[in-house]
Design a protein around this ligand. Structure first.
Ligand SMILES: Cc1cc2nc3c(=O)[nH]c(=O)nc-3n(C[C@H](O)[C@H](O)[C@H](O)COP(=O)(O)OP(=O)(O)OC[C@H]3O[C@@H](n4cnc5c(N)ncnc54)[C@H](O)[C@@H]3O)c2cc1C
Length: 570
């Protein structure tokens, strides 16, 4: 254990110090505070919300109150069997039982004691072939919010990522997505979209930012509004650099903020909630199976997710669990260059499962069912690695698919896409061979792949990978396209391609914790006074990905457990 070396300029006492202000940190703080403790949050960024504020905000929590109210036929046994089948040798019964026992209570607590509000998301479980999988009912999504409710703190809400907004900050919640896709076909949708855009432009003029957060931005705004209401200070631009050891355990931390060094005494304990290590390139290289250089792997997490919480805990003896089969939530990602010279990472959400879109390696061959969930799809992409060749793929589509569904940063009609041709993000060819040459894909390989694919696609079949043949696949397709909503030929020139690399939404590997979210040391014993929540703790699913919301669901649940444990309420 490390003794603090820094000289301090001020000190502060609190019952609980939470390090990090994402969904997990805010939930731990709220649970401890609303159970009677004083709480302080330290946040190293000048804004609060972390990657949670960039996320979809979906939380996978079986047996939640919304599923029960909707009459979803689920049970603890089914959910447990499903998690166990996915986790295999990494199944941790005690933690999974804690997740299943407390997840529904965490949702009840958040919805009854804070501003957080959820509704059922139309998301099937991601592994429909495993026993216990459900087509619906375990994924919750946050309800939109009015950021004015944050009052003077609204400006410190981390804005959504620029890759995932329109018109300088307009967010589209999943509940309104179809209005945006149908705006040119339905007067009702056109009216909805026009009102949304006008309202957004008014917010930009009066507040300098969008004020209708949706998805994870709404979740964070809601939790933060309740945190401020409960009197929890969030110390912005304040980084935790070291944990303080008191007796046998952790009793506080040394922070560095705008006014210098602060020595915080945390009477009950410290919660690390720093968002995992997706931007810690050195640890990524040690733990990710493809040992990527920074360029070979594109994380979609905030730049500050540099593994601080894990390092802080390791500094006092905490054990890191790096051996999960999938140390991160994989996501196919492209690099987008902006006019100011900066480069962003774009997680490709929408187009892969649609008709008229395929994915190929540089030799022009398909390697997976494109409608697979993103995590499994990138696993298949990683399996294409060869000695001396990184895992790279291209999404290829025809003009009809480009304008209907978009291709990454090039959004669907009526939004313009030509600037992406000018920047080289999007490659184009009048025929498939010309496209292959422009994109650097093997010409003969792509030509024969598209010909073979089209032959089956004309009757809605994909003999090679069975795209569109299960409930999850079809949820990714276009329901207007029949007979197979995921499969259609590429036959409307010109043709387009965009380069895809393996990326992530965050990490699954993390600190070893017990069922109460206490950090364990190398012997398996809990370190007194030290908790890890969110992506700082190793995933309860053992590296499997049961469904959308597989980090935020456990993130909220174990934060709730940590807050109650700290307050002596468990
Ligand atoms: C585009 C996208 C979509 C996603 N959608 C979903 C989804 O729908 N469902 C889902 O489950 N997951 C989703 N994810 C993943 C999810 O966002 C993360 O797994 C989750 O938000 C992590 O939450 P957290 O509270 O652990 O950390 P974060 O939300 O990242 O918060 C950590 C905070 O800690 C701060 N911090 C770091 N180091 C320090 C330090 N030393 N001192 C003080 N503060 C520090 C950071 O600045 C940050 O604000 C998505 C991710 C992305 C990128």
């Amino acid at each position: 254990m490390v003794e603090p070396m820094l000289s301090t300029t001020s000190s502060l006492e609190t019952d609980v110090l939470v390090i990090g202000s994402g969904a997990a940190g805010l939930t731990a703080a709220l649970t401890a505070r609303l159970n009677g403790l004083s709480v302080t949050i330290a946040e190293k960024a000048p804004v609060f919300g972390g990657t949670s504020a960039w996320s979809g905000g979906v939380a996978w929590i079986p047996l939640n109150r919304h599923a029960l109210a909707a009459g979803i036929a689920d049970s603890r046994e089914l959910a447990r069997a499903y998690i166990q089948a996915g986790a295999g040798d990494h199944f941790d019964a005690a933690r999974v039982d804690a997740f299943l026992d407390h997840g529904p209570a965490a949702v009840d607590f958040l919805e009854s004691r804070t501003e957080a509000r959820f509704e059922l998301a139309a998301e099937p479980d991601y592994q429909p072939g495993l026993p216990g999988a459900l087509p619906h009912g375990r994924a919750l999504r946050p309800v939109e919010y009015d950021a004015r409710r944050l009052g003077a703190h609204a400006g410190a809400l981390r804005p959504p990522a620029r890759e995932r907004v329109l018109f300088g900050g307009l967010q589209i919640g999943a509940e309104h997505f179809t209005h945006f896709l149908n705006a040119t076909r339905s007067p009702r949708s056109a009216w909805f979209v026009a009102r949304r855009i006008l309202g957004h432009l008014r917010d930009l003029a009066t507040h300098g930012r969008g004020m209708r957060p949706a998805t994870g931005n709404a979740l964070v705004a809601r939790l933060a509004a309740s945190a401020f209401e409960a009197g929890i200070p969030i110390m912005l631009s304040t980084q935790a650099n070291e944990l303080i050891v008191e007796g046998a355990g952790v009793g506080g931390a040394i922070l560095e903020g705008p006014d210098g060094t602060v020595r915080v005494t945390a009477r009950r304990g410290v919660v690390v909630a720093c968002g995992g290590f997706p931007q810690d390139h050195a640890r990524r290289q040690r733990v990710y199976p493809h040992r990527p250089s920074p360029d070979e792997h594109l994380s979609n997490a905030i730049a500050g997710a540099t593994g601080d919480g894990i390092r802080l805990a390791e500094g006092v003896g905490g054990a890191f669990e790096g051996g999960l089969p999938n140390p991160a939530i994989w996501y196919p990602t492209s690099r987008v260059a902006y006019p100011d010279g900066s480069v962003g990472h774009l997680a490709h959400l929408l187009e892969r499962g649609k008709p008229g879109v395929i994915a190929v390696t540089p030799d022009g061959t398909r390697f997976a069912n494109e409608a697979l969930n993103y995590h499994s799809f990138v696993q298949a992409l990683l399996a294409t690695r060869r000695e001396g060749r990184a895992a790279v793929a291209y999404y290829v589509c025809d003009h009809r698919a480009l304008r209907r569904y978009g291709l990454g940063a090039a959004r669907p009609w009526p939004l313009p896409y030509r600037r992406y041709l000018r920047t080289g993000y999007l490659k184009r060819g009048r025929n498939v061979r010309e496209l292959a040459a422009a994109a650097g894909i093997d010409v003969h390989g792509l030509d024969s792949t598209v010909a073979a694919y089209n032959a089956g696609a004309r009757t809605g079949r994909d003999p090679e990978f069975s795209k569109g043949e299960n409930a999850y696949d079809r949820s990714q397709g276009d329901p207007r396209w029949q007979p197979n909503p995921c499969v259609g030929p590429l036959d409307q020139p010109p043709f387009y391609a965009v380069e895809i690399r393996p990326g992530d939404l965050g990490t699954f590997a993390g600190l070893r914790t017990d069922a109460a979210a206490r950090v364990l040391d190398g012997t398996g014993a809990p370190i007194p006074g030290l908790f890890a929540v969110g992506n700082d703790q190793a995933s309860v699913f053992g590296g499997a990905y049961p469904g959308g919301g597989a980090t935020i669901g456990p993130g909220l649940t174990f934060a709730y457990i940590a807050g109650r444990t700290l307050a002596g309420a468990n």
